[in-house]
Design a protein around this ligand. Structure first.
Ligand SMILES: Nc1ncnc2c1ncn2[C@@H]1O[C@H](COP(=O)(O)OP(=O)(O)OP(=O)(O)O)[C@@H](O)[C@H]1O
Ligand SMILES: [Mg+2]
Length: 504
């Protein structure tokens, strides 16, 4: 028989402060973009109107990163709390800060050393530094001498002069290229700056447009000084050009006596605008957008309401998790995800608008809008045979989205061994465009191939020659075209092969 003791007895206690190595686990879910967004949160909480993110290049190497703001700064008596891991302060209704962790977690996830230099109006400037490898042994935070604090605060930041502000500096940033090949560094910078513009533009779009805050990114060359400034412009995922009749609608979901408002929007059609395309691709951005205090925490996904579906691409729902409803959601410390508890999906199923519209009505309307927009878009194009074997799945999907398709056997593009050196062979019976395997290695440039390899080549061939398989036989025009493609492409393939062989 088992016995259940309701209480666990104890006899005294031992104090077990966490091992400093526990810090290694902080901010594990951060990327450079989300980590920098966390620092931007702090600048915004400090009332900054100007925020600069600066990469520093020394020769061809990237050596550091700064986030500089013209906010209230940190007073000498507050700097130690600010540097404390988990040092929460009193937050007001509009603060983005919540955990007392962001600055440290974001920084340690990306850099081996975090230095904070700050000046509050009329107060003595102060500076502190954490070095991650030392923090692992003890929690001793370095004090930065006044002269260095002043020098850093007075660098040429090209921000409007102000009486207060903060400089956060990261050294030994783990994501920076270790190579000093200028081409690689340039490539890294242009990719990173554009990712940052995307992520910050999306995350802070409401704050950027409502509060007149400016965020800029630049790269400083130690010899040449600061370079071009790249502005972060707001990317509003709800800024579509024209609305569908009857939408958006606000559905109210009752959860535990509070009402969560689902602001249900439908884009009229898809678009090439950055507001639609969004970092990560529009398809993954359907669903719920959670905002807290005007800052976007989480963009896309259905949280159990529905599975992701290509046909729901136009559906985006805005949810503000402030006020009464804040307790129903949990955000991760990186502020990059929101989890809605188990009561959320059933509550959404019961939600309705004043006119009785339910979430099912909304999803159906979004799907209908998608179908109607596709019909309009593809109506002008002539129908094509569907893509079959040999196509990269993404290419096949794109073709199906872009063209009205005939309900017939598909076109395949596949490799086989030829007895001649011709590049192509059209097999009407199987609707297969055969490619000569003798050129495959060269075209792949030595990479490993697969059934769906060389998506660009196959997409081009499909667009060029897909329609010769339509109809009962090759017409004279088809035959002439096939001859032309054969001549030109065989020469091109041979040229490709000899370049490839010369490199071996
Ligand atoms: N740029 C800044 N300007 C002024 N004060 C700052 C700045 N950055 C950080 N601080 C101070 O340091 C404190 C700690 O920042 P940290 O990001 O670690 O925590 P938090 O913002 O309070 O909460 P969260 O973990 O949610 O970000 C802040 O509360 C703020 O008082
Ligand atoms: Mg913070």
């Amino acid at each position: 028989m088992s016995v259940w003791f309701q209480e666990v007895p104890t006899e005294g206690s031992v104090e077990l402060p966490p091992d400093p190595r526990a810090l290694d686990a902080l901010g594990r879910n951060h990327s450079l973009e989300t980590a920098l967004a966390d620092l931007v949160d702090n600048s915004l909480d400090a009332g900054a109107t100007e925020i600069l993110i600066r990469f520093v290049q020394w020769g061809t190497r990237l050596v550091g990163l700064y986030v500089v703001d013209n906010g209230r700064g940190i007073a000498p008596e507050s700097i130690d709390d600010a540097m404390t891991v988990g040092g929460q302060r009193q937050y007001t209704g509009n603060d983005l800060g919540h955990f007392g962790l962001g600055l440290k977690a974001a920084s340690f996830s990306q850099a081996a050393s975090l230095t904070v230099l700050s000046r509050a109006a009329g107060r003595k400037p102060v500076g502190r530094r954490w070095q991650l490898d030392l923090v692992r042994h003890s929690f001793d935070c370095d004090i930065v001498p006044d002269s260095f604090v002043a020098a850093e605060l007075n660098r040429d930041w090209q921000l409007p002069n102000g009486s207060s502000g903060t400089v956060v500096r990261w050294d030994s940033v783990s994501g920076f290229p270790s190579s000093d090949d200028p081409e690689q560094v340039d490539e890294f910078l242009s990719r990173t700056v554009s990712h940052l513009q995307g992520h910050l533009g999306l995350t802070f779009h409401r704050i950027l447009s409502d509060r007149g805050v400016r965020i800029v990114i630049d790269v400083e060359d130690a010899d040449l000084g600061p370079g071009v400034r790249h502005p972060v412009t707001p990317i509003d995922p709800f800024a579509y050009p024209d609305t569908l009749a009857g939408w958006p609608k606000q559905l109210r979901a009752p959860i535990d006596g509070a009402k969560v408002v689902l602001d249900c929007h439908i884009w009229p059609r898809r678009s090439n605008a950055p507001e639609y395309r969004l970092p990560g691709g529009a398809e993954t951005r359907q669903g719920l957008y959670f905002y807290r205090r005007g800052r976007l925490l989480h963009a896309g996904g259905w949280e159990g309401i529905h599975a992701p579906d290509t046909r729901l691409q136009l559906a985006r729902v805005r949810i503000d998790i402030d006020g009464d409803t804040a307790g129903l959601f949990v955000m991760n410390p990186e502020k990059s995800r929101v989890s809605a508890g188990p009561r959320f999906a059933p509550a959404v199923a019961a939600a309705h608008a004043d006119d009785g519209t339910t979430i099912t009505d909304y999803l159906q309307a979004a799907e209908a809008a998608w179908a109607a927009a596709n019909r309009r878009r593809t109506a002008r194009r002539s129908a094509a045979l569907p893509p079959g074997k040999g196509f990269h799945p993404k290419v096949a999907r794109e073709i199906r989205d872009e063209l009205p398709l005939l309900h017939e056997d598909p076109v395949n593009i596949q490799w086989k061994r030829f007895t001649t050196d011709a590049f192509l062979e059209f097999d009407r019976d199987t609707r297969t465009l055969w490619l000569n395997r003798a050129y495959r290695q060269a075209l792949l440039g030595g990479r490993r191939g697969g059934g769906n390899d060389l998506p660009v080549l196959k997409a081009l061939l499909f667009l060029l020659a897909g329609n010769v398989f339509e109809g009962a036989h090759f017409g004279a025009r088809d035959k002439d075209n096939i001859e032309l493609w054969q001549e030109v492409l065989t020469v091109a393939a041979k040229a490709e092969r000899s370049t490839f062989e010369a490199r071996q």
